[in-house]
Design a protein around this ligand. Sequence first.
Ligand SMILES: C[S@@+](CC[C@H](N)C(=O)[O-])C[C@H]1O[C@@H](n2cnc3c(N)ncnc32)[C@H](O)[C@@H]1O
Length: 508
Amino acid sequence: MRYFPIFVDVDGRDVLIVGGGEKALQKLRLLAKTSARIRVVAEEVCADIAALSREPAVVLQRRCFQPSDVAGAAIVFAVGDDPETDAQVAAAAKAHGVPVNVVDAPRESTFIMPAIVDRDPVVVAVGTEGAAPILAREIRSRIEAWLPARFGRIAERAMVLRRLVQEAITDPVARRRVWEGLLQGAWRSAVLAGDDVAADKELERQLEAGRSGARAAGSVALIGCGPGEPDLLTLKAQQRLQEADVLVVDRLVNSAILDYARRDAVRIDAGKEPDGPSVSQDEINRILVRESLKGHRVARLKGGDAFIFGRAAEEIAAVRAAGVPVEVVPGVTAAHACAASVGLPLTLRQKVRQFAVVTGASADGAFDLDWGALAKPGQAFAVYMGVRSAAQFRNKLLAAGAEPETPVVVVENGSLADERAVATQLAALDRAIAEMRIKGPAIIFVGLDWASAGLSAPAKVEVYAPERMAESGRDESAAEAAPPQGQERAEGARLRRRGNETMARRRS
Ligand SMILES: C[S@@+](CC[C@H](N)C(=O)[O-])C[C@H]1O[C@@H](n2cnc3c(N)ncnc32)[C@H](O)[C@@H]1O
């Protein structure tokens, strides 16, 4: 961030505009909404500037710019029609230490102007550091559409009520709840509708609730934060993040998602590293109970969806046992996000009628999956936490009769900037993972491919060709397994073709 956004107090202060054309008029119109004293210096001015100069806050000086004009100004705009005058204005302002904006010349300026949404006293300023003003304008129009024209009224009324609420509700947590109740509920609607009677009635009701509640009741929201990409957060998840007083954060939650939370929310790391330092599940349960019993709204941030390998049940049980209400906000699970990212359908009409999610890890290290069922032709499933156990997984499936050529797709860091995807066959799964240096987090899709769906794999999917197994010694369990048939054989040939192409590309 090169430009630091601030709001400058210009109340009763001098703002200088040097120039008299169309762009100077735009600045004058904008500044006329403030309580600044505006001086316009220009030899010639357009008719609209002449008309506006009749306003009491505007002084028009029809003459050449002089460097001493900048003295005492809060800010200066150089909007002359000739670059020479603009350069003189910029030099004089810099010499006097006065912030200057040379219109359309950010390099000559010491500040730049954002796109502004004005719902006085609510003002939204949008900047792109000069990189793409059109983008800033687009964002501004979206915000304009989203903020009702009377939005400023809410802030005006809130300003008047601040002291009253402060004195009526002394507990800070209860006070925040009262404000949330006012600003998100019936009081807000009444103010926007201009219905003062209803607004006052609702205000009284909220204050009464705040007074009698003494300590606000806490709660826990288990929020599925998706696989990492913030755009995959649900609207409800964003809302709960905004409301939370305390955030209890999992290891796989992208830090960009924390930007949706309040800055003053307390953050507690509850990461469980596969091998590294961890916060135990019991300790996490204790934190959730302790913080919610203090009256806090606790957001428990989990990767993907809380109900898919998220140990949500244990946390819900602990929180409920303490008598605290708990809510589950669904998230996009890693398998869905990874499949979407590489365009791999998870079910296919007539062909793939069921899809399962299984874990490649287990509490005691024992693999107690139904291997016979998973190995049957036509089975499709996603393996979570399966990178480290890929070799055991493959061996178990082959031993249970799975085809060595069963298609496999591995997606690492799905939806994130460093996402990688590899297509191979079951017999080559662990070698593909080792050679492609896939460390995870990753989803391993088994029994799914693009060809069966009448699609082709996107170019970003690398192919690990089974031929490489011959180079490094063919695996015994694969050699013993049944020969490929029909579709699998065709897919094997396709993989080999693409694999050879990839290898050739790599070699060149
Ligand atoms: C403890 S599980 C949590 C799953 C999570 N609750 C969900 O619904 O996605 C962690 C596993 O999820 C998968 N995973 C999580 N984020 C991922 C991502 N961005 N890309 C691929 N796999 C991911 C990996 O298999 C990882 O080992």
